[in-house]
Design a protein around this ligand. Structure first.
Ligand SMILES: NC(=O)c1ccc[n+]([C@@H]2O[C@H](COP(=O)([O-])OP(=O)(O)OC[C@H]3O[C@@H](n4cnc5c(N)ncnc54)[C@H](O)[C@@H]3O)[C@@H](O)[C@H]2O)c1
Length: 328
């Protein structure tokens, strides 16, 4: 079991490990499983298939190093692993607001269950946290030391506060039980295997453009976001997991290049072609005006930074959606 696997991300030899990925059949989780299997680890992918799907990991199921298990993280899990990546949680507003109580349970009970498992196994555990912990920020770009501005009773709170509480639990388990923890604050990430109907801006614009429908822009389109391509993000997440024990985070992972929604819509239209028109709709409640990571900590401690520009990432993502939309 202690054979060596090449850590492609950090360029170092890492001992092979048994790795649990919760939410492993989702968008990010499936790319993470793929990377870990390619590095020679044994991967146990756990998912309740709320937003994830088997097809996302279908190409891995014939590999003996990969195992897929249906399980809801709000219930305890008894398995034997060396490392845990906790990615289970719906991530788009449409999905996390569908059953907000379940969303909070997934973040909070899910974290307690996975932290309990990590404590029993003395396993290192990484939390997929989010830039949403910063809420509608008064600081721009957001550094990890910024405490955030979240509306505790708004429709986004089930996700934002759930993720904030999960961070609290991670640090309490670390202080109280000496658990080795890693907290990644992930900013908007896009790429193949995003859900086509999750209402996130990149998938929305691409699907609308491919279908020749109007492209819906909320508000005047001047609000900005930064977009990280999935391969870059997974590289950062794996580097964080493999980093020295004393590096707990929270660490921002995202692409600091900032684009307005209008700029994004125009890029998608240009790359897809077609005749879609841009139409404006009212801004949703508590929609942040600006979102951009300060990634200096990740650059310094992980020697990481995003490499794939928006045009290249969009081109790859458009190809995915083009073939997915023609699936019968
Ligand atoms: N994609 C992003 O831009 C982004 C940004 C910040 C944080 N994140 C975080 O990364 C993680 C993955 O996000 P994603 O974009 O891949 O979303 P996703 O919806 O594609 O993946 C989430 C996965 O978790 C599963 N899941 C949900 N509830 C579960 C439960 N109770 N038990 C077991 N499985 C459950 C879903 O079925 C799905 O496969 C989430 O925790 C999310 O909060 C993502």
């Amino acid at each position: 079991m202690r054979s060596q696997a090449c850590d492609a991300a950090a360029g170092k030899e890492q001992p092979m490990a048994r790795v649990l990925v919760t939410g492993g059949a989702g968008f990010l989780g499936s790319h993470l499983c793929e990377t870990l299997v390619a590095q020679g680890h044994e991967v146990l992918c756990v998912d309740n298939f709320f937003t994830g799907r088997r097809q996302n990991v279908a190409h891995l199921t014939s590999n003996p190093a990969f195992e897929l298990m249906r399980h809801d993280v709000t219930y305890p899990l008894h398995v034997e692993v060396d490392r845990i990546y906790n990615f289970a949680c719906p991530a788009s507003p449409i999905h996390y607001q569908f059953d907000p109580v379940q969303t909070t349970k997934t973040s909070v009970h899910g974290a307690i269950n996975m932290l309990g498992l990590a404590k029993r196994l003395k396993a290192r555990i990484l939390q997929a946290s989010t830039s949403e912990v910063y809420g509608d920020p008064e600081e721009h770009p957001q550094t990890e030391s910024y405490w955030g501005r979240v509306n505790t009773i708004g429709p986004r709170a089930c996700y934002d506060e759930g993720k904030r509480c999960a961070e609290t639990l991670f640090f309490d388990y670390h202080r109280q039980h000496g658990l080795e923890i890693k907290v990644a604050r992930i900013f908007n990430t896009y790429g193949p295997r995003m859900h086509p109907n999750d209402g996130r801006v990149v998938s929305n614009f691409i699907v609308q453009a491919l279908q020749g429908s109007d492209i819906t822009i909320y508000g005047d389109g001047s609000q900005t976001r930064s977009f990280c391509y999935v391969d870059d993000l997974i590289d950062g997440v794996v580097r964080l997991m493999d980093s020295p024990g004393e590096l707990t985070g929270p660490l921002n992972l995202g692409n600091p290049d900032e684009y307005s929604m209008l700029q994004l819509a125009e890029s998608v239209l240009r790359l897809v072609g077609g005749k879609s028109k841009l139409v404006h709709m009212p801004l949703p409640t508590d929609d942040p005006r600006q979102r951009r990571p300060d990634i200096r900590l990740a650059q310094t401690h992980l020697n990481w930074q995003p490499r794939i520009g928006l045009e290249e990432g969009l081109t790859r993502t458009i190809e995915y959606f083009r073939s997915r939309l023609t699936e019968s």
